[in-house]
Design a protein around this ligand. Structure first.
Ligand code: GLU
Length: 467
């Protein structure tokens, strides 16, 4: 088998959205799995809608997802000459022709066809006139008048399109600029793309593209049109269903690996396995299990997967990602032993990195603010003595370990007659400012002996000041 060459050709008129990312992923995975090539091409010929910011946003999101490309990015706007060479060839070989019909004439043709109960299309008037090229001529492809064009599709099966329904469509405008379908085919051909996986919103273009391939005497790539991603209401996924852009999910604290895992499951399956790591996916991905029915985007599922990926990663790996989110909260941290200890305490309880970062803030800010209700309930004069003893005992530990902290707690319980909770809660408020936190011992260990002692003493001062 020849090397598999796939592609992702986004139109840069916005960010990288969920559907686009999924298409990119399928193509990337297939190339990776087969040790093929993945080509990135920017389809920017719609110059009114294409922007450089969009190009940057799309590239950044792909990079974040870890979807890297072997070739490109190519830009269609830099390839007009290549398209025109192919158009000239098509005209020379008699597969395409110059057409001088005006808008009015074409409208009249359409009206006429409609009146006769036929498809309103161009009637082929200039087909055999052999007109020379001029500023007023477009180039049209000669399409067969009868028969069918069959789209063989590895996802959808075969779909046939009546050639009579496809008129001699324009492949080059009068200003000399190639039309979309022509550009796509010439690109795919010259980039040696042999596998095209894309959204089924493009299926309508495929018969036209096949006719261009045939006119150029070229071999067809393998096509796979995947169903669109839907919202929970079964309408095509759009902004009103929530965030659409991959970049938003990055900001919301999703791991790229979780995103990849979630995206692949929007249309591909491997038995009933839900959790996939990247290398696992590269091994298992195939085209046979791309589904025919549309998948629904479900943010709760994505969250659940994100939580699982967070749990699976090592604190060190997570550290890299967490720093970004801590920074947005104004915390400049390092991915060091302290941060990794912090992460260990939060890993089992964080659905997103944003959640993790905000739960981590108290570790980094010594001047924590006490939640009013919590302070009122737990930082009271009758806990003062216990807290002071706790600080003394913790400060004097030679070996700051869970075992020794547990012993301190036991002794405190005996000395004060307090139950465990009456010791743990005031300490928790002293350390974090609130009553919710990771397990008390793991938290004290992660914070470290010195900071723990300082914070308990600070809480004591707070109680004194109140009294
Ligand atoms: N540029 C098209 C898009 O962004 C993709 C075209 C294709 O895959 O052939 O939807």
């Amino acid at each position: 088998m020849d090397t598999i060459i796939t592609r992702f050709p986004p139109s840069p008129s916005g960010y990288l959205h969920i559907g686009g990312a999924r298409t990119a992923l399928f193509n990337w995975l297939y190339a990776k799995k087969t040790k093929g090539k993945f080509v990135l091409r920017i389809e920017d010929t719609d110059e009114a809608r294409s922007t450089e910011e969009s190009v940057t946003a799309i590239l950044k999101s792909l990079e974040w997802l870890g979807i890297d490309w072997d070739e490109g990015p190519y830009f269609q706007t830099q390839r007009y000459d290549i398209y025109n060479e192919h158009i000239e060839k098509l005209v020379e070989s008699g597969h395409a022709y110059n057409c001088s019909c005006t808008k009015e004439e074409i409208n009249a043709m359409r009206e006429d066809a409609r009146a006769k109960g036929k498809n309103p299309q161009y009637n082929g008037r200039c087909r055999n006139l052999n007109l020379p090229k001029s500023d007023n001529t477009v180039v049209r492809l000669k399409t067969p008048a009868t028969g069918v064009t069959l789209v063989k599709d590895m996802v959808k099966g075969n779909t046939s399109f009546q050639n009579a329904e496809i008129d001699d469509f324009i492949i080059q405008r009068s200003n000399g600029v190639a039309m979309y379908n022509l550009a796509v085919v010439v690109d795919d051909l010259t980039m040696n793309i042999n596998t095209v996986i894309r959204g089924d919103d493009h299926l309508v273009n495929t018969p036209k593209q096949i006719l261009i391939y045939q006119a150029l005497g070229a071999e067809l790539p393998l096509f796979g049109h995947v169903p669109m991603v839907l919202g929970a209401d079964k309408a095509r996924l759009s902004k009103r269903h929530g965030a659409m852009s991959v970049g938003e999910y990055q900001k919301m604290g999703f791991l790229a690996d979780a995103m990849i895992n979630y995206l692949v499951r929007l249309g591909w399956s491997h038995g009933d396995q839900e959790f996939f790591e990247r290398k696992d996916l590269i091994e298992k991905f195939d085209l046979e299990h791309l589904g025919r029915s549309a998948s629904m985007f479900d943010v709760d599922k994505l969250l659940a997967l994100n939580a699982k990926h967070i749990q699976k990663k090592s604190p060190k790996e997570l550290g890299e990602h967490l720093l970004f989110h801590l920074k947005t909260l104004g915390i400049e941290a390092k991915n060091d032993a302290f941060t990794q200890g912090v992460i260990e305490t939060l890993q089992p309880r964080s659905k997103t990195l944003v959640e993790m970062a905000s739960a981590a803030v108290f570790y980094y800010r010594d001047a924590i603010e006490f939640d009013e209700k919590a302070a009122h309930k737990f930082l009271t004069p009758d806990t003062m003595e216990m807290l002071t003893k706790a600080a003394d005992a913790i400060e004097s530990l030679v070996d700051y370990s869970q075992e020794n902290l547990e012993t301190i707690f036991k002794t405190l319980m005996e000395d004060t007659g307090f139950k465990f909770g009456k010791i743990a809660q005031p300490l928790r408020v002293a350390i974090t400012g609130t009553t919710v936190s990771p397990g008390i011992f793991e938290m004290l260990l992660a914070l470290g002996q010195e900071k723990t002692t300082q914070r308990i003493r600070r809480a004591c001062t707070f109680i004194q000041d109140l009294a």
